[in-house]
Structure formats: C-alpha cells, structure tokens
Design a binder for this molecule. Structure first.
Ligand code: GLY
Ligand code: MN
Length: 461
C-alpha cells in the first residue's frame, strides 16, 4: 500500500470537490467461477483502492463530505475464517493503515446510509459494473436494483476523474514496475515465436510471468497470428511461417497499476518485404504521434495525425489513393485503422472506463464523433501533465469489413480495392506504448521493448 497520508489526502481532495452529502464506495466481493466457494482471483474495485487502499473483499467505504469523517464498514474474521484462511489484521487495524478512524460491522452500513437518506442527505454513488454490487447498493440504500443507475452522481464521477487522471510519482513508479513485467513478457514472447509453437504456449508462458512478478495480467492476453481481429482471445493456432504474431499484453503491479503494450513480430524473426512495408507505416504512426505529445495538444489531433500517416503510407503502397487529408476527414482510413489511438491507463488498463468513457476522454470542448473509426477514440481531449495514456496505432486487413465496404462501393475514390485484396491474408499490425505527459513533453514509460524492425529481428535471431 501507499503511505496512509496518501489515502487521507485523496479523500480530503475529493471532499473539496463536492458540496455536501455522503460518498458511498463499495469494495468488491469475491466472485464465483463455477460453484460458490470456487472464486476467480479477487480484484478490488479501483475507486475503492484509490481512496481506501485495502485489497480485501467485502468493505464499504463512506466519505462524509459535511462532517469530515471517513468510515469503513466490514466484518472481522471469525474462527472458521481464520482456520481456512489464516489470521488477518482486524478491521480496525486495517482501517488505521489507510487513516480511517471510524469503523463498523458490514451490517451497520445499511443503518448508517438509510439513516442519512431519511435525513434527506444527498448520497453520491458511482456506476456499479457488477450485479452483486448493484444488489448490495440496493440493500444499503433501499433503492430498487434497476433504479440504482438513476442515482449515480455526475458530480462524484467528475470529481473522481479530476483526481485519478493525474498520476503522482508513486503511481508512476507502480506503472513502471508493471512496465518492467511487460518488458519480460514481450521479449519472452518474441523469443518463443517460432513455426510450430502454439499460441497457447506463448500466451500461457507470458501470463505466468505476470503472475510470478506481479498481480497477473491487466486484461486477458491478446496473442494471435490473426491480428486483424482486434481483441482476439483465441489462442488455438499453431504459428506458421509467413505470418505475424500480435501480442497485446500487460501486467498489474501488486498495487494494481497497469501496463499495456503491443508488439507485432514475424513468426521466425525475419520480416518479408510486404510485412516490413506495412510495419514501417505503423511504426511511423506510433513514433511520430509520440514525438508530438506535450501538454495542450489534443489526443484527437494525435489520432488524426496517425490516421494521415497510415493513409499516406498505404497510398505509397497503392492500397489507398486520392488526397490523404480528405480521405481522413471522410473516415476512409477506418477500413484499415478502425479503432482509436489510445486510452488513459492507471489502476484500470482502460483507466476509469467504468465511470463513463465520455467523462474520461471528452469534455464540453470535445464531443465524440459518430464517424466509423473515430467514434471508437476513447481519449480526445487536451493532454495535461500527469496523464498516462497509450499510443497504439495499427493497420489491419479485415476480410468481412473489406467485403462489405467493397460491395457497398464505399470510398472508391480513396481505396484501391483490387490492390488491397492481395493483403486479405495478411492479418494486422499494432504497436502500442504507454506514455506519461510531463510538464513540457512526454516520457515513454518502462525499459524500451524492441520496436523497430531491426531491433525485433535482432532479439529474435
Ligand atoms: N490492450 C487492449 C486495449 O487497449 O483495448
Ligand atoms: Mn491499449
């Protein structure tokens, strides 16, 4: 855990951003896999972690805005629990570690919160993303489960985002630790990528690294020779010569800060000309956009810059044609780059996404586009010092999308369908790094992971 002053300070900063009322932050409970006592790995709620730090199930944190008090509700273990799970600190001891004086048994939360509601005090809830949290909130507030969403507090969402968006030095250290694990995961995957090796073996090996050094992966590993499927969690293929393997994977530090890195490498370690041509375009989109990161630049402009580099590069290969700026403003590039340039990263790999993507990545200045491709951009707004986010451009040849667009005759002025058809067996390439916005520029986090074609060929040789 961080020093207790950090948690005290975060709760006090939150208090200053809200007028009145009580903030209810339920932690997560264990979640069963296939029968009640067989649970998934426990993952604490990130907002609870941010303000209350404790990485155990079944707590409710309450921040009283008006009387300056913080409360932690939870149960001490009884002898049965201790026999099965070993001795644990008491609720009071745990509360002291994060600077909370007021504690009570889990069952008391209901009385406390319903009492506050009876007194017509405002309650602030964040949007729950698990069914059992909804039921718990329903129980302790008396609001029917399907009405909980109506009680979600926009001021609280905005206040939490206004705090969690800016990473301090201790948080950056945690992210860099997660990056260090990602370095080992990705360099290991590169060295294993040989004809005849199964995707599952590589994915399992690097997930093992994440578990051995940190708190496991920050999201399910994407590792596939079918990189054209953006979130491909199928690991059933055997690597074949002439294909490329995409690995999009990251780890969590022990305090649950994430890394999220993508590398794409040729099976057997040598790029052929066609692979190198496409690779160099994606690499340029990655490095040029990173080079332009500084406070005040909008991520939407970086996204559009990547889209133009991709369009220009594909034009040079004859796959696209016409005016590149016009092609990008119409969205023609989305046939090959159908996702956004990146997202915020922190305690969640898509940081704070559960609070609402539009609150995290957009504001009054930036409304989300409805154009195919650009609509998937998660972060559009101006970059500020302390933001940590990903830069992850890609080029993909997605046969069903290609066939649909061709049939509809979409953007025939910008897309050379005959030429592009020859790439339908290609797959996809994505290159992703995690970057901190500094006072006057940026810092790519972590130890450099081989990225240029030459560096990749060298480590794989
Ligand atoms: N790394 C997966 C994603 O960013 O969606
Ligand atoms: Mn990502």
């Amino acid at each position: 855990m961080f020093p207790k002053e950090n948690y005290v300070q975060r709760r006090s900063a939150l208090r200053k951003k809200l007028d009145s009322g009580i903030v209810i932050l339920p932690g997560n409970s264990e979640s069963s896999m296939n029968y009640p006592a067989n649970a998934f790995r426990f993952r604490q709620d990130s907002n609870f972690l941010y303000f209350f730090g404790l990485d155990h199930p079944d707590f409710i944190g309450v921040i009283d805005i008006d009387d300056q008090k913080d409360y932690l509700f939870g149960d001490d273990l009884d002898m049965d629990d201790i026999i099965w799970m070993g001795p644990q600190p008491s609720l009071h001891e745990m509360a002291m570690e994060v600077g909370v004086d007021e504690t009570g048994p889990f069952g008391k939360a209901e009385e406390f919160i319903k009492g506050a509601i009876q007194k017509k005090r405002k309650i602030h809830l964040l949007p729950p993303y698990r069914g059992d949290t909804k039921l718990l909130l329903s129980q302790i507030t008396g609001i029917r489960p399907f009405n909980i969403d109506l009680w979600v507090s926009e001021p609280l969402i905005k206040a939490v985002i206004a705090l969690r968006s800016y990473k301090d030095d201790l948080e950056i250290q945690e992210i860099e630790f997660a990056m260090d694990i990602a370095w080992e995961m990705h360099t290991t995957a590169m060295k294993m990528a040989r004809t005849g090796v199964g995707e599952r073996k590589i994915a399992g090996t690097i997930e093992g690294i994440a578990l051995a050094r940190g708190n496991g992966v920050s999201f399910p590993i994407i590792l596939s020779i079918n990189g054209q499927t953006l979130h491909n969690h199928d690991h059933s293929n055997i690597l074949e010569p002439g294909r490329m393997m995409i690995t999009d994977a990251g780890a969590e530090s022990m305090l649950h800060y994430a890394s999220d890195i993508t590398r794409t490498v040729p099976v057997d370690g040598k790029f052929d000309q066609r692979q190198r041509d496409i690779y160099e375009i994606v690499l340029k989109a990655n490095t040029e956009t990173i080079r332009n990161i500084r406070p005040g630049v909008t991520n939407k402009n970086l996204h559009l810059m990547a889209a133009r580099i991709i369009t220009q590069g594909l034009k040079e290969l004859g796959i696209m044609k016409g005016n590149a700026d016009e092609a990008v403003s119409m969205g023609a590039n989305a046939l090959f780059f159908p996702h956004g340039l990146g997202h915020m990263m922190g305690l969640d790999v898509h940081d704070m996404e559960g609070l609402g993507e539009n609150y995290v990545g957009y504001n009054d200045e930036f409304r989300r586009s409805e154009q195919f491709g650009l609509a998937y951009l998660r972060l559009a707004k101006k970059l500020e010092p302390g933001f940590v986010f990903t830069i992850e451009p890609g080029i993909y040849f997605i046969p069903p999308l290609f066939k649909q667009w061709r049939k509809e005759g979409k953007f025939t002025e910008f897309i050379n369908y005959d030429k592009a058809e020859a790439y339908l067996d290609f797959g996809g390439i994505r290159i992703e790094d995690d970057v901190l916005v500094t006072g006057d520029g940026y810092r790519v986090l972590g130890k450099p992971i081989p990225k240029t074609a030459d560096e990749i060929e060298a480590i794989m040789s």
